[in-house]
Design a protein around this ligand. Structure first.
Ligand SMILES: NC(=O)c1ccc[n+]([C@@H]2O[C@H](COP(=O)([O-])OP(=O)(O)OC[C@H]3O[C@@H](n4cnc5c(N)ncnc54)[C@H](OP(=O)(O)O)[C@@H]3O)[C@@H](O)[C@H]2O)c1
Length: 514
């Protein structure tokens, strides 16, 4: 890993120990949505913080014909619209935009990569980027292999070595199932080595997700109770109020299981379920995460209904607004059976987790936007308060809230003041906002910076991606055997279909209502 402390005018006044070595980042698909909404605002915020190396350069690559100036102006508009810090600071922008340029090119045209190569050489000479390159695939997934082949063919991929380095960032979705993920990995490996590949899952860049590791491994009191001895089950919820917006074409072919569970939710599961790593190094952490994923009990296609239930939103009301159903959305097949809700039960066959189900639930058009992990502890073995409490005592629940109101809370039973013994559940809580008074950086800021450092702990390794696809593919295969005549419907603005409640009730449990 190469790092250097380099003078940077944007860092003036900031006490930073290191910045990455100078480099150029090529964005394939630079006129697209991801670049405008996430990548450019993240880079600009890093510039404000003084965290970018001196000479840092961005080369936008896309099909449409744009001049450097028009591209810069579009990027400035995007930052103005989507950056967490707005409006754009003209002084910071002036320095930052000097490093932005544009190459008009087609992903399929090998000749266009020669133009790109010339631009990169210019940057090496004029801005001192020293042959260090990040290629970011913000492109449609069907183009990944073509881009990689053409980069290799044009001689634009060097080894990760001491003098200079080349890295590749790959966006989600990473394949459609286990077979296609393996094929994509093999293809990437014909040009890049594994340590050059950064598969991004932006959930891992979220502060709260990283804090799960701090919570577990920097506090001695939780680890001893983090097991089947004390935990009854775990619920991971990713609920969205939005529908599919204008992503009908993509979503109808993907569905909630591929879009959310395979990547983000299994990453959360692996961080909750992993054994303590021997260090916080990239391989040590990922070794433990992948072991957890591999321990997920296989799901046979015939038994899929025991492990997964799906649903699709019908018309309804969300936040006081009437919304249409999934099948009425643009670019969606009016008879679609694609799931917009899925609940999954996964069992991890290990000493720590034997008998502790992990319930994962995600849906669109839910009543609230919330992402949380709830760890429900076993009830007390014998309640002293049965006769006076009125209702049964609720178990302790530790909730790790990822969004919104990032924080951690622990539900405990407390006595209501007064002469009689009455108990009620109360929450002990920690909120990021009120404890630290600083705004958390966007996940992409952290991840882009880590990639510049060559720090891959928060990126998904090949074996992790494949291990995560395995249970998902088993569920997809089960669903494929018996395509549903009718996919369970739920009204927009509710917590999913009745079938999902019955699914968890079979185990004597119920869903949380966050
Ligand atoms: N948008 C998000 O929030 C988001 C979130 C997570 C992951 N992702 C992933 O990020 C990737 C990009 O998504 P996006 O939403 O930004 O897509 P998008 O808005 O459709 O943009 C696609 C980009 O690719 C370019 N492009 C397409 N075909 C090309 C070709 N043959 N030659 C050259 N350029 C070509 C387009 O250029 P022209 O328009 O100039 O033709 C455009 O810049 C996808 O893999 C997506 O799954 C996106």
């Amino acid at each position: 890993m190469q790092t250097a402390t380099v003078e940077n005018p944007l860092r003036e006044g900031l006490r930073l120990e290191r910045v990455p070595a100078p480099c150029a980042m090529v964005i394939f698909g630079a006129s697209g949505d991801l670049t405008s909404r996430k990548l450019m605002p993240a880079l600009y915020n890093l510039a404000i913080e003084g965290l970018l190396p001196s000479g840092f350069s961005v080369v936008g690559y896309a099909r449409r014909d744009l001049t450097h100036d028009v591209f810069r102006a579009q990027m400035r508009d995007a930052v103005d619209k989507y950056s967490r810090r707005r409006p754009v600071d003209p002084t910071v922008w002036e320095t930052f935009e000097q490093g932005i340029s544009y190459v008009q090119g087609n992903f399929e045209e090998s000749g266009d990569y020669e133009k790109l190569g010339k631009e990169l050489e210019r940057l090496d000479k004029e801005r001192g980027t020293a042959g260090n390159r990040i290629y970011y695939l913000a492109a449609p997934p069907v183009a990944y292999q073509t881009i990689v082949d053409n980069l290799g063919g044009a001689g634009l991929v060097g080894e990760e070595q001491d003098e200079s380095w080349t890295r590749l960032v790959v966006e989600k979705p990473f394949g459609r199932d286990l077979g296609s993920a393996i094929a994509l990995n093999e293809h990437l490996h014909t040009v890049f080595r594994e340590k050059q590949i950064y598969r991004i899952d932006h959930y891992l860049g979220k502060e709260t997700v990283q804090n799960i590791m701090a919570f577990r491994f920097a506090n001695g009191i939780f680890e001893p109770i983090w097991s089947r001895n004390y935990i009854d089950h775990v619920q991971i919820t990713v609920a969205e109020t939005i529908g599919i917006e204008d992503r009908g074409g993509y979503y109808d072919k993907a569905g909630a299981l591929r879009d959310m569970v395979q990547n983000h939710m299994l990453q959360l599961l692996s961080v909750i379920g992993m054994e303590p790593p021997i260090t916080f190094g990239a391989d040590a952490v990922r070794d433990e995460k992948v072991k957890t994923l591999r321990a997920i009990r296989p799901i046979s296609p015939e038994a899929v209904d025991e492990f997964a239930v799906r649903g699709q939103y019908a018309p309804g009301w969300v936040a006081g607004q009437e919304v249409e159903g999934y099948r009425q959305e643009a670019k969606v097949n009016p008879e679609s059976v694609t799931e917009t809700f899925v609940a999954v039960k996964l069992l991890i066959d290990s000493w720590r987790w034997a008998g502790v189900p992990f319930y994962l639930r995600t849906g669109k058009r839910m009543p609230r936007r919330v992402t949380e992990i709830a760890i429900q502890f076993k009830s007390v073995p014998h309640s002293l308060f049965k006769s006076t409490a009125g209702s049964p005592l609720e178990p302790n629940v530790l909730t790790l809230r990822i969004q919104p109101d990032e924080g951690i809370s622990l539900k405990i039973a407390a006595k209501v003041p007064g002469p009689s013994i009455r108990l009620r559940s109360v929450n002990m809580g920690f909120l990021y906002g009120t404890s630290f008074f600083v705004e958390s950086p966007d996940a992409y800021e952290r991840l882009l910076l880590d990639c510049m450092y060559g720090e891959s702990t928060l990126f998904t390794r090949r074996d992790e991606t494949e291990a995560a696809w395995k249970p998902i593919t088993e569920i997809l295969e089960g669903w494929a055997i018996a395509p549903p005549q009718r996919i369970p419907q739920y009204d927009a603005g509710t917590w999913g279909p009745a079938e999902a409640d019955a699914f968890i009730a079979r185990d004597g449990r119920s869903w949380r209502r966050p």
